[in-house]
Design a protein around this ligand. Structure first.
Ligand code: BEZ
Length: 210
């Protein structure tokens, strides 16, 4: 199934390393990152899951739950988990979904036949409190993801949900933002501090404080 930004993230039941979950119930009204990896006991995946475990505090600060998935069975997830802690220094601290029948992988279109076999590629879905898909990323099996970028984009998504703004290239929290095209410059001057009109269609402003 092909999913688009703004679609409701499909619900499912699955076994995870933290027990059986109903995805929407587990997620509640938090933000969530659902990400797949190709296989347990593989090198890039070991570094990726360790990195996410090391960033758990950063995801918590952003009110975001993280959950991984592969088509390996639960016994493999449990057997592999200690390696992640040993190799990366970060013990697994979030659930991994076991999807041996590929039910969730197919729901989220995480299997790409051109990528070798019927395991999942490196998909990422950022899902908002309203259960809608806010961002999706797809990386090939050979390339590990940049999880600093995932935190950056979570910050940008959360900022742009709160006010009629957009974020420019490479934006980071604290940088100036772009006023939405739906807001006139006069209105923008009432809503935001330090509005600067570089072009009629490009107005910078200080980011509104949270
Ligand atoms: C890895 O995690 O290293 C990996 C897994 C499957 C295919 C290629 C690389």
């Amino acid at each position: 199934m092909s999913l688009h930004l703004g679609d409701v993230a499909p619900d499912f039941n699955a076994d995870t390393t933290d027990g059986r979950i109903d995805f929407h119930e587990w997620k509640g009204d938090s933000w969530a990152v659902l990400f797949s990896h190709p296989a347990d006991y593989t090198p890039v995946c070991t570094t990726e899951l360790g990195r996410v475990a090391g960033l758990k505090g950063e995801f918590d600060k952003r009110g975001t739950k993280v959950i991984a998935l592969s088509v390996d069975p639960i016994e493999d997830h449990r057997g592999w988990a200690p390696d992640i802690g040993e190799v990366t220094g970060n013990a697994l601290n979030f659930p991994i979904i076991a999807d041996p029948d590929r039910k969730v992988a197919e729901l989220y279109d995480m299997i790409h036949p051109g990528e070798g076999d019927t395991s999942t590629v490196r998909s990422v879905f950022v899902i908002g409190p309203d259960n809608r898909i806010k961002l999706s990323l797809t990386y090939p099996k050979s390339v590990g993801r940049n999880f600093d970028e995932l935190l950056r984009v979570l910050d940008a998504l959360q900022a742009t949900e709160k006010a009629p703004i957009a974020t420019p290239a490479d934006w980071r929290p604290g940088d100036r933002v772009i006023v939405s095209l739906a807001v006139s410059t006069d209105e923008a001057r009432k809503m935001f501090a330090n509005v600067e009109e570089r072009k009629p269609y490009l107005r910078y402003a200080d980011a509104p404080s949270a």
